[in-house]
Each structure stands twice: as structure tokens, then as C-alpha cells.
Design a protein around this ligand. Structure first.
Ligand SMILES: Cc1cc2nc3c(=O)[nH]c(=O)nc-3n(C[C@H](O)[C@H](O)[C@H](O)COP(=O)(O)O)c2cc1C
Length: 332
């Protein structure tokens, strides 16, 4: 049996196969970060297309935590019901569905307040205000409130966005965190406190994922070994979604599997299961990463934008019998 189509279980998260839809901002939210018919159709199509799991795009825990004004937010109670409708439908296809919670920090371009661990701008963007302890506590509490909403909406898992140079990554990175207080001496403290706060509202039997930038592409930035060390010290993390870059403005040399080695290092050094991805376009490529033991799960981003039915098609390529949605069986 091709490993890509084997089941995977983590706490009470049950996956029918090992294909994740990567979180991808659609910049299609309506006024004040609300979910729209675009999102409903976009996500449900990939669910019908057979992915084991969907990670909803970066969704901000506060209005100024959005990257742009067209981002989704989860600071509004009315968002719960909108997500619920999608989750119910996705579950009919046995697709697990989670949400990526984040804060853009110094990369926010909403026109609102711009905050960061230190007052250092991202090239081309406005200079952020260095966060006071009160501001830090406000953000931590907002993550908890968003987690409570995620639980009310019946999400299967939460993914914390600690990658791509957004706020949590800004605290983790020595390139952007130049603080002299406890949040500078211990660069993972902010991240740890967010996880603790989320766990107050997110049941222990439900999976908590984190997305990290394993490599910051700068000699003084974090590397997979540094990120592994941070992850090992933080309790409450169940699964690591491995990405890279975004902290500084640097051109990355990308090619198929360019991030898979990072996943392998993190998996080995932390003992946590990982999701690997980046430029994967073929079923055989995805399957061989799993067979080699470099990751437990695979994420696909742009390939799923081109082909929402990747999973259904891949099952044929890997000669794997899987259940198709009933109305589509005549196309099998
Ligand atoms: C349109 C688009 C939006 C993205 N938005 C997010 C996001 O919201 N959160 C995130 O962690 N990564 C985001 N990414 C990165 C993807 O999740 C993924 O890691 C990246 O595209 C590499 O995978 P791929 O080569 O399969 O596309 C985005 C990528 C694309 C193409």
C-alpha cells in the first residue's frame, strides 16, 4: 500500500490519507476579515478532491494582526458559524479541517498599529512599535480567545503560524528580536506563553500543530537545529509543519524537495511527527518522501490550486483504491 494513502492518527485527529492542503491566503475576506462564499467553495472543492486534511489560511487573532485588510480574522464571534458550515460539509467527505492562527507583526499592512518585538522594519514596510509587556499580554490573550472560537466551530486542529517572519517568528529569530528583557533573553518565551494560553481553551485530546521556518537563510538566523531545540523545550506541540524563509528579504534557491531535509532534521531531533512540502507536484514524489521516513505527512500548496483533484488522481497513479465522492463515481 502506498504510504500516501495510509491512515494517520494523532490524539483524536484521524486522517484518511497523508495529504494536507497547505495554508494559503486567498485575500478574499469581506469587510472586517469575514469568511465569504469564495472561501467556502475553494476549501470544499479540495475536500471533495480527496485531501486528507485542510489547513485554513493564515487567520488573524486581531484586526491589526492581519497581513492585509483582505485577510481572514478570528477575532469576531460571528465567524464561528461561517466556519462551522464549511467544517460540517468537509466532514461528510471525511476531510479533517484545521485553522492557521497568526499575527503578522511587523509585516502587517492593514493601516492599523504595527507591532513587533523590536522596532526594526521589514525592508520596504513601515517601522513597527516595539511591544510593551501589556501589548505582549494582549496578543497572547487574543490567541486564547481565537482558540476558544476554533473549539466552538468544531475545528479538528489548530496550527499556530510561527513561520515566514510573522510575529511569533519575529520573537524567535535573533535577526528581529533584539530585546533586553525576558522575551529577548529567552526568544521562545512568547511562543511558549501563546501555546499555554491556547491550551487553556483547546482540549488536550485535540492536536496542536505549529508551522515553523526551519531555515532563515542568514548565517545569524535560525537553522533547523535551532528550531528543533526550541520545539523540544516547549510542551503541548503535537505536530510540526515545516516551511522556511520570510524573516528577511532574501532570494531562496527553490527546487523540488528543497525543504524536506529540514523536516528530516526536526523529526529526528524532536521526536515529533512532521509535515513536509514545497514544490511537490507528483504523487510519486510525495509518496517517496513518506517511504524514506523524512516526514509523516505531505502538504501541497500551489499544485492544489492547479488541480483540486490531486488526491483522486494520485490514487490512480499509485494504483491505490480509495473512496470517491458518490456523485463523482462515474468519473473514476
Ligand atoms: C497563494 C499563497 C498563499 C499562501 N499563504 C500562506 C499562509 O496563509 N500561511 C502559510 O503558512 N503559508 C502560506 N503560503 C505558503 C504555502 O503554504 C506553501 O508552504 C508554499 O506555497 C510551498 O508549497 P507549494 O510549493 O506546494 O506551493 C502561501 C502560498 C501561496 C502560493
Amino acid at each position: 500500500m502506498a504510504k500516501l494513502f495510509t491512515e494517520f492518527q494523532l490524539k483524536n485527529l484521524k486522517l484518511k490519507n497523508r495529504i494536507f492542503m497547505a495554508p494559503m491566503c486567498m485575500y478574499m475576506a469581506s469587510f472586517d476579515g469575514l469568511f465569504t462564499p469564495w472561501h467556502y467553495v475553494h476549501y470544499l472543492t479540495r475536500s471533495i478532491g480527496g485531501v486528507g486534511s485542510i489547513i485554513i489560511e493564515a487567520t488573524a487573532i486581531s484586526p491589526e494582526g492581519r497581513i492585509t485588510e483582505a485577510d481572514l480574522g478570528f477575532y469576531q464571534d460571528e465567524q464561528v458559524e461561517l466556519f462551522q458550515n464549511l467544517i460540517k460539509e468537509a466532514h461528510k467527505n471525511k476531510t479533517a479541517i484545521g485553522i492557521q492562527l497568526g499575527h503578522a507583526g511587523r509585516k502587517s499592512q492593514t493601516g492599523g498599529k504595527i507591532i513587533a518585538p523590536s522596532s526594526i522594519p521589514y525592508p520596504g514596510l513601515k517601522t513597527p512599535e516595539a511591544m510593551t509587556k501589556t501589548m505582549i499580554n494582549e496578543v497572547i490573550r487574543a490567541f486564547g480567545k481565537a482558540a476558544a472560537r476554533a473549539e466552538r466551530a468544531s475545528f479538528d486542529f489548530i496550527e499556530i503560524h510561527a513561520a515566514h517572519g510573522y510575529l511569533i517568528n519575529q520573537f524567535l529569530s535573533p535577526l528581529t528580536n533584539k530585546r533586553n528583557d525576558e522575551y529577548g533573553r529567552n526568544k521562545s518565551l512568547f511562543f511558549q506563553e501563546i501555546i499555554l494560553e491556547i491550551r487553556k481553551f483547546w482540549p488536550p485530546e485535540k492536536a496542536l500543530l505549529v508551522r515553523v521556518s526551519a531555515e532563515e537563510y542568514h548565517p545569524e538566523g535560525n537553522h533547523p537545529e535551532d528550531i528543533s531545540k526550541i520545539l523540544k523545550e516547549i510542551p503541548g506541540i503535537d505536530l510540526v509543519d515545516v516551511s522556511s524563509g520570510g524573516v528577511i528579504n532574501v532570494k531562496i534557491d527553490t527546487y523540488p524537495n528543497y525543504q524536506v531535509g529540514f523536516s528530516e532534521t526536526i523529526k529526528k531531533q524532536t521526536g515529533l511527527p512532521t509535515i513536509a512540502g514545497g514544490l511537490i507536484t507528483k504523487a510519486e514524489e510525495a509518496n517517496s518522501i513518506l517511504e524514506s521516513g523524512q516526514a509523516d505527512l505531505i502538504y501541497l500548496g500551489r499544485e492544489l490550486l492547479r488541480n483540486p483533484y490531486f488526491a483522486l488522481r494520485s490514487s490512480k497513479e499509485l494504483k491505490q483504491e480509495i473512496e470517491w465522492p458518490k456523485p463523482y463515481i462515474r468519473a473514476k
